[in-house]
Ligand binder design. Sequence first.
Ligand code: UDP
Length: 236
Amino acid sequence: MKKRTELYAGKAKTVYTTDDPDRFILEFRDDTSAFDGEKVEQLLGKGVINNKFNAFIMTKLQAAGIPTHFEQLLSERESVVKRLDMIPVECVIRNISAGSLCRRLGVAEGETLTPPVFEFFFKNDALHDPMINDSHIITFGWANEREISRMKELTLKVNGVLKQLFGKAGLLLVDYKLEYGRFDGEIVLGDEFSPDGCRLWDAGSREKLDKDRFRQGLGSVVESYAVVAERLGIAL
Ligand code: UDP
């Protein structure tokens, strides 16, 4: 499969059209951003790790019956995916309190959340991805009732699969963000799953091994992503 034209460059990935109108190529770059793009750095090797990490996780999710856009690894930094009609909504599940939940509700970091919290955010950098609910999604026509239920159902199903997968590797899945799109009328998991879009802590020490290392200036960002990949048995 060949790249044709660059369609869109996001904060960490570039999307290319291909000779197949239903397939895109994603290129995972080393760019790392936080705070709506206010802090940006190149972290050498991050793109390669995230490409392989995402391929591994998407393959596991697909095997567990979750439809994903992932098709195949193409190179160190590139993957072939289905072309989705993306829904401009982020679905977040939180198993342990951290990040914006703590800031918003004054909850201490590290509390186990039972049942897990589910949140929707509107994907819009200029508005700083505001939190929204089902009613906003319906009124503004971003998705219908059936699609909303399916996104919730799939996001929770992902939680069951990944909590177990990371748990076996001695990691806590604190929270994560998923994005969905439509393909042939079906809701399909898109975007990526990597330590850029989730929080993972060592189960014993609770050391942070995800993008919070970058957000909080803790250092060893790529090294921590590699530790997680190694523990999952991902060949880098
Ligand atoms: N997240 C993301 N992209 C976003 C916002 C959040 O990948 O634009 C992920 C983030 O890495 C974390 C989870 O979603 O795993 C919840 O993020 P939170 O709302 O706590 O926001 P943050 O503290 O990252 O600003």
